[in-house]
Design a protein around this ligand. Sequence first.
Ligand code: FES
Length: 588
Amino acid sequence: MTDKKDTNNDELKLVDVDNQPRRSTQWYGKLDKDGFIHRSWMKNQGLPDHSFDGRPIIGICNSWSELTPCNSHLRELAEYVKRGVWEAGGVPLEFPVMSLGETQMKPTAMLFRNLMSMDVEESIRAYGLDGVVLLGGCDKTTPAQLMGACSVDLPTIVVSSGPMLNGKYRGKDIGSGTDVWKFSEAVRGGHMSLDEFMRAESGMSRSRGTCMTMGTASTMACLTEALGMSLPENGTLPAVDARRQALSHLTGMRIVEMVKEQLKPSDILTKAAFENAIRANAAIGGSTNAVVHLLAIAGRVGIDLTLDDWDRIGAEVPCLVDLMPSGKYLMEDFHYAGGFPALTQRLKSTFDWSTKTVGGITFGEANEGAECFNDDVIRTLDNPLRDKAGIAVLRGNLSPQGAIIKPSAATPKLLQHTGKAVVFENIEDYKERIDSPDLDIDADSIMVLKGCGPKGYPGMPEVGNMALPSKLLEQGITDMVRISDARMSGTAFGTVVLHVAPESTIGGPLALVKNGDEITLDVEARSLHLHISDEEMATRKAQWQPEESEYHRGYAKLYIDSVLQADQGADLDFLVGKSSSKVNRESH
Ligand code: FES
């Protein structure tokens, strides 16, 4: 790197490694009316002249919001990033973007993931930034930020919110989400009082941070580390651990160097990096939601990642991390056991060590020598939590474009199962009839839910892990095969077939299933089969009528008109790919 200042009457030209003028000089380096405007208004924040002498301008893209409780501490964390940026000779400028509170938004935060990605992308491109630190952490904020940043492709690095401290109730650890599902079913089955249920609330979420199970937030934070888009340990450090503040400081320092090196997401996010993330997802017992998110991120960088890659690359990888919902520990335990770097050392022959990371070193170098301090939490290869723990992709006449299941969270004996369909036409139908004493259902039935795909709900909500009927819970039944075009929470568990594509709302075969039809799930054979003839399928298809959408304006209409199916990452069709960081015209 040879920084050199070449002053003339038009521009200050600090240059990067390719001898190109730094991007921000197009805003702050001009010695004319435009430069005056860009600099002068920024100076009302007390920035001295030398802030604009060509040093790297670093955007801190912050999804802080009190409506996203998992991200509510990110203003504070941003201050530590700023310290690092200043120390390394850059200028940090924090800006807000849309935030997606998973537990607060209706009809589902997923409806807005692509909208947030547009906010992130356009904010980064429109401002005079040289590099970006993404601060986020709830389920959809991480993928939305990465998707948006990848479509601009400036040097980028992620700092995640970090998980909450372990939940506690009556002296025991309880996990975000996972124990809500368990408690809720215990109440419905008559095994837990409502009073106890209400008291568990405060103990579950008792510090700042994201869900501390291996739900989607923790999964995406760990996969960000696996992709090489964060510094080591970002995936697991608890939100309130002072070392996360130090990591933020170091990240601030590092992004300044990345700008000088012009190390961009497109240099890091290669196919091999995505393959590492898929392997990591299996090894941590990660969320099924990672499938749509990684597919969407890959689409933005132009990497040809497919649903079948998930099965091909990840299916044989064992799950070594014993965390809820697949196991029993929580994120604090994972971090104290050595975190993600320690896990990589257990799977040395599994990962590609040569991929690049934001640290400017390889994935192998970033994780070299990491030690494990607790073999119960990060199991050894000869004592895995589950063998072959990756996502399985199911195809057949019920899911021609694919469906997925997480075998590690399922009941082994149900992984090969034939049963009669009990069909719910939509979520309202399900809620109305699930606890009816007249519902014709038994433990061998297969519950089928329609109308919950990307276009149908809209937004593909986390309702695929439908709760079982009370009358079966009372009999002690804890799991049944469930099939839908929905997603499920990363904190959930069960023999749940998800993301069926094409979805029922656009006439996919799921729309044609009737009560009493026989369905066979065979995970070993990767098959999902509806036992009706091709002729019968064609007849039903000919009789099928789409329902009229009730969304006629605004973002929901844009989303429904443009969203891709789950097997393509459920991005909006016109957002796939990138547009670079170029802006051709001045604002005045
Ligand atoms: Fe935000 Fe779980 S709800 S991380």
